[in-house]
Design a protein around this ligand. Sequence first.
Ligand code: ZN
Length: 407
Amino acid sequence: MSVKSIKASYLYTPKGIIEDGQIIIENDQIIDILDSSNALNNKIQDIEIKNNFILFPGFINTHCHLELTAVGPIPEHHLYSKDKSEFFVNWIQELVKSKNLLTEDEKIKGIKKGIDDLLLSGVTTLGDHVSFNTPLDPIINSPLKGKIFAETIGAIDEVSQDIYHHLCQIKENWQHDRFDYQVIPHSVHAVYPDTLKKCFNEQSSPLSCHLAESQAEFDYFDSKSGPMANLVRNMTGNLPYTSETGLDFINKTDLSLEKLLLIHGNYLSTDDFKLLADKSVSIVHCPGSWEYFKHQNFNLEGALNHHINIAIGTDSIASNTKLNFLHELKLIREKYPNLNAKTILDMATINGAKALEIDHQVGSIEIGKKADLVGFRIKNNEENPLDLPFTNEKVDFLMIDGKTYLS
Ligand SMILES: [Zn+2]
């Protein structure tokens, strides 16, 4: 048994900011939190003192595709089109082409680089989408924890079934203490309906799924036309979905909507928000990716007014400028200046944990949770320490499972 502690000027906890706080850690877990009014526990010999630091729970990147790190940001001029839908579909085609050219070694190097970048920006927990052939070792051997979401994809019946069965086999043999392996649908439109139904009927939640992401997807369902509809028609000869939206299909087909973890949600109506709130579905907003594609306005206030749990994701670097979680926080702050820091910080921590259904383990500085902590040095006493995650590009302190990685 190893017991140690960290003292810091400020701790960000669910009970508010604790000044001159001390966190007691046994092995990988927080076992006590003390403030200056309690007698500080000085019997512990291993004390790390972080004067002029604020500590937060480790950040939770609820949506990412580490395997695409090797592709890098796809330059916008390669895809140039004034039409948003065309731009999006051009991006998909360019992405598939670039991804298919990657060697195993390049994929592995990319994943490792992506993990390093995420760690530097304070990410300790991850929801990562992978393909059927993604090398998983660099992810599960990293210090991170979370969920590996294995994507079922294929607008053609046989293709989606083959991939689904292959992923189910991997899942059957899966054993890991920090990462769950879950089989999920990539999206509605890119998965054949029968296989989508299987995902919802046979797999456990959360089913992390791209939904209501783009104008191209919206048009596919709404008018059965446009570049996305054409792309699917060229592959399959027809459109397998007749519903008005992807969400409409899940709801009207009586699939377990409450299992859904909705990634993006840029094209949702007020009625959609009502339905999602009713089923306690979380939404993951990806600000950098949203900006890259210039999607329709993400209605953050609308979602918050419906008390929907909103988490944050970087998405892949292929539709972003960098893989930096703090950059995402900064983008939200710039775009929604009326939101207070706490609302955004909770999206970056506890809300992500709730979305991934691991809030009993991570997402806040609380007794019984994992000792996953990130810290920022307070360089100027004039500044509000809660602003530091929005003004820094990297964390100054990083602890995962009680082990210090950056100090
Ligand atoms: Zn994605």
